[in-house]
Design a protein around this ligand. Structure first.
Ligand code: 5GP
Ligand code: ZN
Length: 113
């Protein structure tokens, strides 16, 4: 059972922010900023490396990029925001369905790179 596949199917409730044919974008249950939305492809990919290996990966990645922009517009993140993808155990990924964190609504200070 994949948690985000179940959320996409509606079997587990979530707070939807934006949806299209290829993506489902909902609020993180444990937000770290006023806006913390997870942008998730509707097709299951384990992580960003998995998407590179798939024939339709580029289409889904592009759809995620469009969804990130839509979320930024809907949330009014005009002065900027951060996109994070955690990949694999050492990257801190806890849900093994590819997702991008869109974090903003406040001046973000902690910076790793
Ligand atoms: P990761 O650590 O894999 O990059 O991010 C997983 C994210 O999913 C975490 O920020 C966590 O708070 C969020 N999350 C985990 N379970 C649920 C859930 O059931 N609903 C929602 N909306 N978010 C969840
Ligand atoms: Zn999944």
């Amino acid at each position: 059972m994949c948690l985000f596949c179940e959320i996409i199917k509606g079997n587990i409730p979530s707070t939807l922010v934006y949806e299209d044919d290829m993506t489902y974008c909902f609020r993180d249950i444990n937000p770290v900023a006023p806006t913390h939305v997870l942008v998730v492809p509707k097709k299951h990919f384990d992580n960003i490396r998995d998407i590179a290996a798939a024939a339709d990966g580029a289409q889904y990645l592009s759809a995620c990029s469009k969804a990130i922009d839509e979320v930024a517009k809907l949330e009014g993140l005009d002065s900027g925001f951060r996109v994070i993808n955690n990949c694999g155990e050492d990257g801190g990924q806890t849900v093994m369905h590819l997702h991008f964190h869109v974090i903003g609504g406040v001046k973000l200070t902690e910076k790793m790179i």
